[in-house]
Ligand binder design. Structure first.
Ligand SMILES: [Zn+2]
Length: 322
């Protein structure tokens, strides 16, 4: 008899679990959904409709903030989003509110850091973002399927914007990847060098001069100096940009570790495995990355004179970064 009862209870749980989950899982969207179900009729007064829109927008933004907090607490549930947000308009609203919540929420939390270095970096990002009207940040993940999706994050050199894919980033790594990509964003040298490196006329002049020369010494001082600045610009948007961003990232990573802002990150720990606390951090990062960045050998870089010059430029850099 007791066994039969138990079976009945199990069947009941089995049958009703999806329904219970459904109700429980939309908890994050409760405020938003409640407002939507009380939407005023088209005949309502202007003031009533304005107040509704205002409250709705507030609720949507608040939902974004709740999701950001649950993500940081490793409790983000993408199934809940699928289950509770159905219409394309709502998805778009949620995407906008998530982008705001993840960007400004992260900056706000970093600004409140006990570490002066971390706090002031966050303030400088905030100031720069406030000066621009461009959409300099894109949050990718879940609702927003994007060609950049296979990547966790990046700084788009052409658009000069940051994107981060929170679906692929563990909450413990979120701040570090954010700091890394925004280090690129804040890097003025990277911004100006990208423009220099992309000057097609200069590249054409260099290639023509190099092709009609037998050796490096044949190049005119003008072309030689143009070539040097073009190669340095190339390094400044590639290898040196990573060197600067990683030096900043690791410096702040170590700061945050000391005050428990995040836990150890295996990738960074292995990068730092031979780092000696007394060593200069930027020289260490330079040496580590220098080994990983091979010179390109395609296109104009297949020309021997270009390869030779690049190798001289890199040797000079090694001397100044000892
Ligand atoms: Zn980078």
């Amino acid at each position: 008899m007791q066994k039969q009862l138990l079976n009945k209870i199990l069947v009941f749980i089995f049958l009703f679990t999806p329904a219970l989950l459904k109700a429980q899982d939309c908890a994050t969207f409760k405020e938003w959904h409640a407002l939507k179900s009380a939407q005023p009729l088209p005949t309502a007064s202007v003031a009533e409709r304005a107040s509704y829109n205002n409250n709705l927008w507030h609720a949507v933004n608040h939902t974004g903030e709740l999701i950001f907090e649950s993500y940081l607490a490793s409790q983000y549930n993408s199934k809940e989003v699928d289950l509770c947000i159905k219409s394309e308009d709502d998805k778009l609203d949620l995407q906008i509110s998530l982008t705001k919540a993840f960007l400004w929420g992260t900056i706000e939390k970093l600004k409140q850091s006990e570490s002066e270095k971390i706090a002031s970096f966050a303030k400088s990002i905030e100031e720069r973002l406030n000066r621009t009207n461009l959409p300099d940040f894109r949050l990718v993940g879940h609702l927003n399927i994007d060609p950049d999706l296979p990547y966790r994050g990046g700084f788009h050199r052409g658009q000069k914007s940051v994107f981060l894919n929170f679906d692929l980033i563990s909450p413990n790594e979120w701040y570090i990847i954010f700091i890394h990509e925004f280090s690129h964003y804040m890097d003025d040298e990277l911004r100006s060098s990208t423009d220099i490196y992309n000057r097609k006329d200069d590249v054409k002049r260099i290639a023509e001069a190099v092709r009609s020369s037998g050796c490096l010494q044949d190049l005119s001082p003008e072309i030689r100096s143009l070539l040097d600045s073009w190669l340095i610009a190339g390094l400044n948007r590639g290898f040196l940009a990573e060197y600067r961003a990683w030096t900043k990232t690791i410096d702040l990573y170590l700061e945050g570790l000391k005050i428990n802002s995040w836990q150890e990150i295996p990738l960074l720990e292995s990068f730092l495995s031979s780092y000696d606390q007394d060593e200069n951090l930027s020289s260490y990062v330079f040496k580590k990355l220098d080994r990983q960045f091979a010179d390109p050998n395609e296109g104009i870089f297949s020309l021997k004179i270009i390869q030779e010059t690049l190798s001289i430029v890199r040797d000079d850099l090694r001397k100044t970064h000892r």
